[in-house]
Design a protein around this ligand. Structure first.
Ligand SMILES: Nc1ncnc2c1ncn2[C@@H]1O[C@H](COP(=O)(O)OP(=O)(O)OP(=O)(O)O)[C@@H](O)[C@H]1O
Length: 254
């Protein structure tokens, strides 16, 4: 069963200089429930635009996006906002945490807004997530008083507090050193193994090698895909996966 499907998805930006730019071209994508999919491709190939369009943050020009059996192209802005709040999680670099709130309040804010469960449950869930991601001691800190890796952990807690069906990530480890990046990936894999579907864009083969399937985008289209299968954490086959992925990317000229 597909949790997410796009059919003939196109996105054209009006650039203001008279020449519209078509950034997504006839994208057909199918993501199964519980899958972990990475999107790679050169800078400017349309990875971020794809994530924004699929999640309804940006309007598609034509085509359709079917999420959990529902075509979301006809939904109003308000309906899309509710869908995103309740069923989707985002770890995007542009979506900063709020400066006037401490770490805990940043994490719980969207859950209070969603009102799916009561505040007591939300607070309990936030405490569990902070514990799991190792930031419990930082709950009261201002977001300017923690490291980039710690901030990213808080962003992850915030993105999953409403227990989304799907988690979108745009370079979720992009700004981090390699130790912090691999710790974040551990957390994402835990989330995926607990059942959340993950779709993330990355330039980093080490990150993508942990996904089940890697898609390659070129000039607005998905031109190729590489199936790696589920990561076996116990046997630690990451190095081999990374080598296979790098060889594939090399063939594609990446
Ligand atoms: N709001 C916008 N208006 C006009 N053009 C845009 C807009 N957003 C993105 N683009 C253009 O769309 C193309 C794809 O951009 P996008 O950010 O999706 O690529 P990307 O593959 O995510 O790149 P990167 O790896 O550098 O993040 C680029 O040429 C970009 O300039």
């Amino acid at each position: 069963m597909f949790i997410l499907e796009t059919k003939g998805l196109n996105k054209t930006f009006e650039t203001g200089q008279g020449t519209p730019q078509t950034v997504l071209k006839d994208v057909h994508l199918q993501v199964s429930k519980g899958e972990f999919v990475a999107i790679m491709g050169p800078s400017g190939s349309g990875k971020s635009t794809l994530l924004y369009t699929i999640s309804g943050m940006d309007r598609m020009t034509s085509g359709s996006v079917i999420f959990k059996g529902q075509d979301i192209s006809g939904l109003s802005e308000r309906e899309l906002a509710v869908l995103r709040l309740n069923q989707m999680g985002f770890i995007f670099q542009q979506m900063h945490l709020l400066k006037n709130l401490n770490i805990r309040d940043n994490i719980i804010l969207s859950a209070y807004q969603a009102k799916i469960v009561n505040r007591r449950t939300i607070n309990k869930r936030a405490a569990e997530l902070m514990k799991k991601t190792g930031i419990s001691a930082l709950a009261e800190r201002d977001i300017t008083q923690v490291s980039g890796g710690q901030l990213q952990r808080a962003a992850i807690c915030r993105s999953i507090i409403n227990e989304p069906d799907i988690l979108f990530g745009d370079e979720p480890t992009g700004a981090l050193n390699s130790k912090a990046a691999s710790e974040i990936m551990e957390i994402l894999i835990d989330i995926n193994q607990a059942g959340t579907t993950i779709l993330l864009a990355t330039h980093d083969a080490k990150v993508a090698a942990q996904a089940e399937r890697v898609l390659y985008m070129l000039d607005g289209s998905i031109t190729s895909e590489h199936r790696l299968g589920k990561l076996n954490r116990i046997n630690g086959d990451l190095k081999e996966r990374e080598e296979k992925l790098s060889a594939w990317l090399f063939q594609l000229g990446f």
